[in-house]
Each structure stands twice: as structure tokens, then as C-alpha cells.
Design a protein around this ligand. Sequence first.
Ligand code: GDP
Length: 143
Amino acid sequence: MSLEQTFSIIKPDGVRRNLVGKILSRFEEKELRIVATKMIHMSKSEAEGFYAVHSERPFFGELTEFMCSGPVVVSILEGENAVLHHREIMGATNPDDADEGTIRRDFAESLGENTVHGSDSQENAAIESSYFFSQTEIVNSSS
Ligand code: GDP
């Protein structure tokens, strides 16, 4: 086991449906600590930069339009094996495939609007965290 950080987004559908508190509670109840968080409204170019890895995929336009369609909550979460643990709490990308009790199973309405994002590796967690947060916005969890 190792203490890690991961990067999380509550997507526009989650914010629009007033699920921010419920979703952040699930992270906290499952031993993930919020070490940075804020609400932002991404521009189209920010969304395109964030999802650049998917730029050749057929759903890229739909995905980036959706991600800038309203405010989102970006957070950095810390805990044991945070990257994998957070993805388990979120559930599979397609809510129809997500396990019972996961955020996507309980709240997501479609594959495109699946309520939450979470980094898929420690390397991407670091890249994604620095895309939205400066070092001064991240607290030291031991303080
Ligand atoms: P994740 O890591 O579980 O978020 O999944 P991926 O990295 O594979 O995909 C990124 C995001 O793209 C997903 O969370 C979905 O919101 C979106 N996405 C993936 N596949 C599709 C698709 O076929 N159609 C649409 N509209 N969005 C998709």
C-alpha cells in the first residue's frame, strides 16, 4: 500500500443535478482526503487540451462540448492507492457496466454524461492535477 494522489472531476451533469456534496462525501467516507478543490467552468480549448489523448476519437467533439457546458468541480484526492481506489469508487466508464454502489451506477445517465472523471495512472494524475492547480492551491495533508 502506498499513499498517492489522484485527480477528480465532478462533470457538468453532476454539478447541474446538485450532486457535488453527495459525490465528495463518497470519497471522504472511503478514506480519500480532499487536498485541493475548486469549481471552474472550462473553456472549449481547456477541455480540448485536457482530453487531447482522445482527439482522434469520434466522440471527441461531443465530449469536449459537454465538459464546457457548465461548471465542474476539480479536486485532488489523497489516500492509500488513491488512483485505483478512486476508479473503483467511480465504477466503469459506461454506467450500464458499473458495479452496484459505484458513483456511475448510482448517478450517471449515459456513457457520454457519466458524472465523474478520475485519473487512470499516477503519471496522469500528476499531469492532470497540474493542468488545473498550482502548487500553492494544494494543501499538505499532514498539516
Ligand atoms: P474514463 O477514464 O473511465 O473516463 O474513460 P475514457 O478515458 O475511456 O473516456 C473518457 C471519457 O470519454 C469517458 O468518461 C466518457 O465521458 C467519454 N466517452 C468514452 N466513450 C464515449 C463514447 O462512445 N461516446 C461519448 N459521447 N463519450 C464517450
